[in-house]
Design a protein. Structure first.
Length: 474
């Protein structure tokens, strides 16, 4: 059965005829595109107490306070607080008993004439789920992917209506609310890469799960959160920073994962001694990997995140298949430098995959064009790759970058990258530790074998014990 979602016109008109829903809309930077919908469909007096658009910076500062950045979370929160409090102050006596007050706000940097600017914006709604209830809030960050200003404005208007309608109608089901944000928007027009729920109505809502839902529902290719679970906007965290990314399963995170990160950070600093920019370590998990486990679930996801949070790790959830996709995304976040770390076996498989031997020329990745494409995806944008030792499960031998054998087409290419510092070999833990993978530790945890704690960081072990993560048996 085909589900027929309401149009933007229908959503807006339904809100205008809701006698309990009343508030204000404040928009800066891309016209009053959300407010325009409420006036376009008619009966706006039923919902709109006020619309405002403080474009001038001095006027904006006079209303909402001074700020260093006008398209920022801080400015959005100031707008929401100011407009919501005005609604309550002015309207509580006349209609507070029967009204769910709301304040919607957005602050946007849309396409400007003759420029190729980074088009993005912050958007949010503060509202009462029921009359007389304390306020709740949803804020999000969106990237506008249309290259035409008018189309960006139109997409922003639809997203705003979806957010307001979601707050009014779907606040009891945050997952459905997140999914509804893409209603009536063609895929690719915009990306919602951060969302956060707070306040009285969302006491049981886990923003880490909501970050996962953004990726699951195709609203973004990547979402990030802090060790505390706070949703983060990737570009704000990564802007002009050196980024070190480690892809993995982390089910659970092991001593090897921790050692890779420590040695990679030290090597990154050593190889870029003159660069004082902060290093941001990221642990990345792909949605494909999360779906691949035999017991894929929200609980399994949260167990991994709890363990990583105990080790003070930032986590990036993505829909990327290859390391090249991850590096391209990070480059778009205006990072200063990017470093990728992986073990020697993974690195060899990645680089040599599809490269033909001397007797074959059937694989397109073995052509000169293929090598150039590979070089661009992995080593462009000032990328370094740190290669960590591994133990080959078939031979039980230690494999390091220096012992890898390459097809003839790749040998000189790899040698050049190594000599130029784009590939950096790392030392590693003893073979006994390298032989133990996350899946082995998981089996020990679930079997009740206390030896599992020998293969994870102490803080991770404490978190696993405290919350019985990964179906711990003791």
């Amino acid at each position: 059965m085909i589900e027929h979602k309401p149009t933007t016109h229908q959503k807006t008109l339904e809100l205008n005829f809701d006698p309990t829903w009343y508030g204000s809309l404040a928009e800066i930077g891309a016209g009053q595109e959300v407010g325009r919908w409420f006036f376009r469909v008619g009966a706006a007096a039923g919902t709109v107490a006020k619309t405002i658009s403080a474009y001038d910076m001095q006027v904006s500062d006079a209303i909402y306070g001074k700020t260093d950045r006008y398209v920022s979370r801080a400015r959005l929160e100031a707008m929401l607080e100011h407009e919501y409090e005005l609604n309550v102050e002015r309207l509580w006596e006349s209609r507070g008993q029967q009204t769910r007050f709301f304040a919607f706000a957005d602050t946007v940097a849309a396409q400007r004439f003759g420029t190729e600017s980074n088009c993005h914006g912050w958007m949010g709604v503060r509202f009462q789920a029921e009359p007389l209830a304390p306020w709740s809030e949803i804020i999000l960050h969106a990237r506008l992917r249309d290259r035409d200003a008018l189309m960006q404005h139109e997409a922003l208007g639809v997203l705003g209506v979806n957010l307001i309608s979601g707050a009014a109608r779907l606040w009891q089901d945050p997952d459905a609310l997140v999914q509804s944000l893409s209603d009536n928007l063609v895929a690719g027009r915009l990306e919602v890469d951060m969302i956060e729920f707070s306040g009285a109505a969302f006491g049981k809502t886990d923003n880490r799960v909501m970050s996962l839902k953004l990726v699951e529902h195709g609203l973004t290719q990547a979402a990030m959160f802090a060790p505390s679970g706070e949703a983060l906007q990737p570009s704000e965290v990564l802007y002009k920073r050196r980024v070190l990314v480690q892809r993995g399963r982390f089910r659970p995170p092991t001593l090897v994962h921790a050692d890779i990160q420590r040695r990679s950070i030290a090597a990154l600093d050593a190889s870029q001694a003159s660069d004082s920019k902060p290093i941001v370590p990221l642990l990345e998990m792909s949605l494909q990997e999360l779906r691949s486990v035999e017991a894929s679930s929200v609980e399994d996801f949260l167990d991994r995140i709890e363990a990583l949070g105990a080790d003070e790790q930032r986590v990036l959830i993505t829909n990327f298949e290859t390391p090249g996709d991850v590096l391209t995304y990070l480059g778009e976040c205006d990072t200063a430098r990017i470093a990728l770390t992986m073990n020697a076996i993974e690195f060899h498989a990645l680089l040599a995959h599809g490269i033909p031997d001397a007797a074959s020329n059937v694989s397109p990745t073995g052509t000169d064009d293929g090598l150039l494409e590979l070089a661009h995806s992995l080593f462009g944008r000032n990328v370094q790759v740190f290669v960590y030792p591994a133990v080959d499960p078939s031979s039980a031998k230690r494999v390091e970058f220096q012992t890898l054998e390459w097809p003839s087409k790749l040998a000189s290419f790899v040698s050049y990258l190594h000599e130029s510092g784009r590939i950096v070999p790392l030392e590693g833990l003893p073979n006994a530790d390298l032989r133990v993978h996350s899946t082995d530790v998981l089996e020990l945890i679930r079997s009740g074998d206390p030896a599992w704690s020998n293969f994870v960081e102490p803080r991770v072990a404490s978190a696993i014990r405290a919350a019985a993560l990964f179906d711990l048996v003791e």
